[in-house]
Every structure is written in structure tokens, then in C-alpha cells.
Design a protein around this ligand. Sequence first.
Ligand code: C5P
Length: 238
Amino acid sequence: VSKLEQIYEGKAKKVFRTENPDIYWIEYKDSATAFNGEKKAEIENKGVLNNRISALFFQYLAQQGVPSHFVELINDREMLVKSLQIIPVEVVARNTVAGSLAKRVGQPEGTPLAKPVLEFYYKDDALGDPMINEYHIAAMEWATPAQMDAVKAIALKVNDILKEFLAGLNIDLVDFKLEFGLHNGEVLLGDEISPDTCRFWDSRTKEKLDKDRFRRDLGGLEEAYQEILRRLESKLKG
Ligand code: C5P
């Protein structure tokens, strides 16, 4: 297939049409944003690292029986995916208190959760992605209850699979964000799985190996993402 016109540009990726209506072409950018786009920077190689890291996660999940939109890598910063009709809901899964949950419940970051927590946010930059619940999703017809059952089951399965896999690489999966869409009526995992969208802590040192390094001005973002890729590649071949 070939890269045709751009149909969408987000904060971290561009999406292009191909001559096949079932296939989109995604390009990962080097832009880093935080706080709903208020903080911005260009981080050399981030697009390359996230493209490769996402591909490895999607390939591993497929092997474990969780299909996604991922089709194949094209090059260092581009991949082919199945075209999705996006469900405008961001799904956050959490194993440990951090970030906005730490603020909401007044608990220190690092507090373990007795069971995984799923949260839903309405995907709307202008509104700052407000938290919503399943009543809103059904009433606004953003997804049907049956589609949400699939979304929740996939999110919890991804959490189980990745938590265990990453533990073997001495990485704590603190929390992460997933997006979903419909392809021929089927609910599929979309977007990306990368240190931009997950919190990864080194299991021993609790060092942050994710976008919190950028959000909190800790420096060393590229090195942290490189370290995640290095550990993934030690178990998975691309
Ligand atoms: O900020 P918060 O603690 O709610 O983030 C939870 C998880 O979701 C983090 O891993 C963060 O990287 C991810 N996230 C995201 N995109 C957003 C909001 C959160 O990838 N718009």
C-alpha cells in the first residue's frame, strides 16, 4: 500500500489514508506534550522509540490472544494499522496509585491497589478529557453496553498480560491508557502502548521510565524510553 493524504494529526502521531480502506498509515512524531498540550517539546527519537515499543507490545499481545489494530512496521517511525472508527473514550487501567488518582483520593504515589481500577475519560481536547462513567457513555451513545463489556474485558486482559510480562523485565506497570475502535463491527485495541501512555517504574529503584520524566522536568526522557526498548528487546525479537 502507499501513503496517501493525511486524515488526522494528533499530538504524537499523524494518520494517513492508503488505497486500501481497511488500512491506515501511522507516523509517530517527536513532539512531546503534557497537561493537555500546554507543555510542549521536541524530543529527538521519541517517535522512533514509541513506534518500535508499541509494535513490540502489540505483537506480544497478539501472541497472547489480544488482537489490536497493529498490522506491521513500515520503518523506524511508521506502522500500518487496521482502520478504526474511534470510540471517543480513553480507558485508564491502574495497579498502583499515581498521577491524577493520587490527587483525587489523597493517597501517596506508590500505594498499591487491592485490585485493578478502570477509569473512563471523554476524548475531547477542548474539554481537557473529563472523567466520565459508563452511564454517560451509554446515554451519549459513544459506545453500546456490549461494546463497553468488550472494552473492559480487553483492558483487564491487557493489564494482566503486560503486568506479568513487565515484572519479568523488572518493570512495575503502574498504570496506562488505552483507546479502542470498531473495525467491521469488532472492538479492537487502537492508538499506541508506549512510555508516553503508560507509567513504568523500575521494580528495584522505582526510577520512572516514562513520560513523567517530561511532565515533571526530571530529564533523561530519551534514555528512559531507550531503556524500556532495550528490556523489551531482550525478551522479544522485533
Ligand atoms: O494523569 P493520570 O494519572 O490520570 O494518567 C494515568 C495514565 O494514563 C498514565 O499512564 C498516563 O500516561 C496515561 N494518560 C495518557 N493520556 C492521557 C491521560 C493519561 O496516556 N490523556
